[in-house]
Design a protein around this ligand. Structure first.
Ligand SMILES: *[C@@H]1O[C@H](CO)[C@@H](O)[C@H](O)[C@H]1NC(C)=O
Ligand SMILES: *[C@@H]1O[C@H](CO)[C@@H](O)[C@H](O)[C@H]1NC(C)=O
Length: 355
């Protein structure tokens, strides 16, 4: 057994960048906000303004798309459709109007809201800063309005302070950039897209929480300072995944300017719900038409009855089993500062892959 140092912390945060973002411009799927700007050069309005005048905001928008994509891949890692960014597949998924399309749109809009808001809090954008509230909980400045915050401290003295997340700015910029090209259209796919984009943004804004810090003698907490903070992006992803599971199918209303749930007994979808108008393919086999890559070669869990189980993931085709030997770090010890030394252990692992 050999001893070897393993660099921790920062290294773990270096994730491979995912290049990919997506807007449908006409019948094209554009993969990158910068490309959206190029393709829509002749457009006027808010989207064009951001493209021309706000390069640092554009960069945060790109980051937001990556945050959204990465979370999508986490949420769907064990499912037949795993939110792949393989271009030819993603393209097809985005040109349709299935549950998967809805989730992608929602999580992307949420990611952009999140990243832009974070950038405001961190002071990375000149256009915005963190949210300042006055002592009664009203926002300072021209957008002052009575807040409807439910999780305020109930005991002791406290006041607003610190640096809160300015989610309304992020919300607005996500809308300006992602929805602007669609605002004037009223076909069903566009209506569904705009609805799901908003549902994604609301998954950020409506679950803000109040965080407080104690002051006073040795943490006695006689006075507290409180501010508003976004949930973690994982929480947002979890929430949207739940909406995906309960998504409602809709059809155009008679006047064609709205949508109604398919089937008269289903209650109308609310603002937080995800919706779709086309049924999903089963994603079992590779199919150019639907963008399905199929599940051949995917790893599955032989004992699980769920979506990640071999039965469902492999669509009943069966699976191959092999034992692989792996070296893993074990008996790790932390050494000041900032190294961890580990031993290397050999372990055997069973790997099942779909036929
Ligand atoms: C997603 O699935 C495809 C095949 O269906 C596979 O090639 C790819 O490695 C998977 N991606 C991830 C991140 O698991
Ligand atoms: C496989 O599924 C079973 C049952 O759901 C679970 O207990 C087990 O931890 C899973 N194995 C892996 C490697 O995820």
């Amino acid at each position: 057994m050999e001893m070897r140092p393993v660099l921790v912390a920062i290294c773990l945060l270096l994730v491979t960048p995912i290049t990919g973002s997506f807007w449908t411009v006409g019948s094209q799927v554009v993969m990158d906000p910068l490309l959206v700007c190029k393709k829509t050069r002749r457009l006027r309005g808010k989207l064009a303004d951001i493209c021309r005048k706000e390069p640092s905001l554009l960069k945060e928008i790109s980051k937001g798309v990556q945050v959204g994509t990465r979370e999508c891949q986490h949420q769907f890692r064990n499912r037949r459709w795993n939110c792949t960014t393989v271009r030819r597949s993603l393209r097809k998924v985005l040109l349709r109007d299935t549950r998967e399309t809805g989730f992608l749109n929602a999580i992307t809009a949420a990611g952009v809201t999140y990243a832009v808001t974070r950038a405001c809090t961190m002071g990375d954008l000149v256009e915005c800063s963190c949210e300042k509230m006055n002592s009664r909980g009203h926002k300072l400045g021209k957008h002052s309005r009575k807040s409807r915050i439910k999780d305020l401290p109930t005991e002791g003295e406290w006041e607003w302070g610190g640096c809160g997340d300015n989610v309304n700015f992020g919300f607005r910029k996500s809308r300006d950039f992602m929805d602007a090209p669609y605002r004037k259209r009223s076909d069903i796919k566009t209506l569904v897209k705009l609805h799901n984009n908003d549902a994604g943004r609301l998954a950020v804004r409506n679950f803000m929480r109040t965080e407080c810090k104690c002051h006073g003698l040795s943490g006695s907490c006689t006075v507290r300072t409180c501010w508003r903070k976004m949930p973690s992006f994982r929480e947002i992803g979890n929430r949207l995944k739940e909406s995906f599971d309960g998504a409602a199918k809709v059809i155009p209303s008679n006047d064609g300017h709205n949508f109604i749930p398919e089937g008269s007994t289903i209650k109308p979808p609310g603002r937080f719900d995800l919706i779709y108008s086309e049924d999903s393919p089963d994603f079992c086999r590779a199919n150019r038409k639907t963008g399905s890559l199929g599940t051949l070669g995917r790893q599955c869990n032989a004992t699980s009855p769920g979506v990640e189980g071999c039965e469902l993931l492999c669509c009943g085709r069966g699976y191959d089993t092999k034992i692989v030997k792996e070296k893993v770090n074990c008996q790790c010890r932390f050494k000041w500062c900032c190294e961890v030394t580990c031993n290397t252990c050999n372990v055997k692992r069973t790997v099942n892959t779909c036929r």
